[in-house]
Design a protein around this ligand. Structure first.
Ligand code: C6P
Length: 403
């Protein structure tokens, strides 16, 4: 058996999505901007995909949804365009974000700091989320943008987006949310709250890699990141990637159909896995209260077991997991989110992220429970650091706080 439990890094493309995409590679391959019938043939499929994305996030007709190459591009676009529009050519000079954003936000903020922008990186509490009222106290008349993720990729913790949106609206500050780990996993309704910009990525909800989107609230100006032709109303140049756009629309429609039922099924498997690991393996804890997490995610810390060693053992048992964000997996740094919630360096090296999908089966959950437990036992038996902190039999196994 092999078990893929790294669905926050990427997901399998649903076979129905592949099927929907296939005609647009070698049959209807014309450039949609061409005037001949080879070009115009794909227009209905593009229109359908746009409708599917609008419906999935309940965007209104006044809003814009612009396809990009990935969420990294969407995040770069918002931050750099706000810098150009409001800071270089405006009166403002301040952006607020959090310490636990994805690297595509954090490293863009670092780049903007080098250009002279003041950036506030808000700390998170022991649950790994920012306090909306604390955020309010950092907004000044110089603040151009607040960028806070909807759900964290490492912990799954859901941020108080509604409250933050209201504060930004009241203060007249633009609000961007990185919705990558929320869209397709939990209900997202952009009309039920105040969001100016939201980034999305198809490969997180069983669509293809290499296609994302940016939601732009109606009437909101945003300079383009890519200049060129008149594609996407001049907002994002580059020949439209028709098969991937079709794939993104189909995947999002499938992910959001009966989303509550899908969430309940995934959550039941996630909770069973989490309960078993916490019960069977002493001295473990998971980060963040599970009711406030996306239903598929567990970040578990195992005292005395280095995350990389654990991944190696899991990989040998054909289980795909991660120590955190896939794009930070090649450095052996401590988990940044665990550090941000107050874990010491040793503990922050022990996190393993398990992320399920709607394809995860009960048999796979059982397989992971067995192999996870034996991997921990093996690694602890050879760990000098665990021997030093070895707890009393039946030691602590808890959810949520860092001890
Ligand atoms: N996170 C993870 O292992 P792209 O691949 O550019 O479409 O998405 C980037 C991205 C942006 N925001 C968040 C919250 C994300 O989780 C990701 C991708 C993966 O956590 C790969 S690093």
């Amino acid at each position: 058996m092999q078990v893929y439990m790294d669905n926050n890094a990427t997901t399998m493309v649903d076979p129905a999505v592949v099927e929907a995409m296939l005609p647009f590679f070698s049959e209807q391959y014309g450039n949609p901007n061409s005037l001949h019938k080879f070009g115009t043939a794909s227009h209905p499929a593009i229109a359908r995909a746009i409708d599917q994305v609008y419906a999935a996030i309940n965007a209104s007709d006044d809003d814009d949804i612009v396809f990009t190459s990935c969420a990294t591009e969407s995040n770069n676009w918002v931050l750099k365009a706000v810098w150009v529009d409001k800071i270089l050519h405006g009166e403002k000079n301040h952006i607020i974000t959090t310490e636990v954003e994805h690297p595509s936000v954090l490293s863009t903020c670092k780049f903007l700091e080098e250009q002279g922008v003041n950036v506030t990186y808000l700390p998170v509490n022991e649950q790994g989320v920012v306090d909306a009222q604390m955020l309010r106290s950092f907004i000044t008349e110089k603040t151009a943008l607040v960028s806070v993720m909807w759900a964290n990729n490492e912990t799954g913790m859901i941020f108080p987006i509604k409250e933050i949106g209201e504060i930004c609206k009241e203060k007249g500050v633009l609000f961007h949310t990185d919705g990558v780990q929320a869209v397709g996993k939990i209900p997202v309704d952009v009309q039920a709250l105040h969001v100016d910009f939201m980034s999305m990525s198809a490969h997180k909800f069983h669509g293809p890699k290499g296609i994302g989107a940016l939601y732009i609230k109606g009437g909101q100006a945003l300079s383009p990141l890519l200049n060129g032709g008149e594609h996407m109303g001049g907002r994002r140049s580059g020949t439209l990637n028709v098969p991937y756009i079709v794939g993104m629309g189909k995947a999002l429609e499938m992910a959001t159909e009966n989303i509550e039922a899908k969430m309940a099924t995934i959550r039941a498997k996630r909770d069973r896995l989490e309960d078993a690991l916490l019960k069977l393996i002493p001295d473990t804890f998971t980060v963040g209260e599970r009711d406030h997490r996306t239903p598929n995610t567990i970040l578990i810390s195992i005292r005395g077991v280095e995350g990389e060693g654990m991944l190696w053992d899991l990989n040998n048992a054909a289980i795909g997991a991660s120590t955190g964000s896939a794009c930070a997996s090649e450095d052996l740094e401590a988990n940044t989110v665990m550090l941000a919630i107050g874990a010491d360096h040793e503990l922050a090296h022990t996190g393993i992220r398990l992320s399920l999908s709607r394809y995860t089966t009960d048999e796979e959950v059982d397989y992971v429970i067995d192999h996870f437990k034996s991997a921990v036992e093996r690694l602890r038996s050879i760990s000098s650091s665990y021997a030093k902190v070895k707890p009393t039999p039946g030691g602590e196994a808890t959810e949520c706080a860092v001890h």
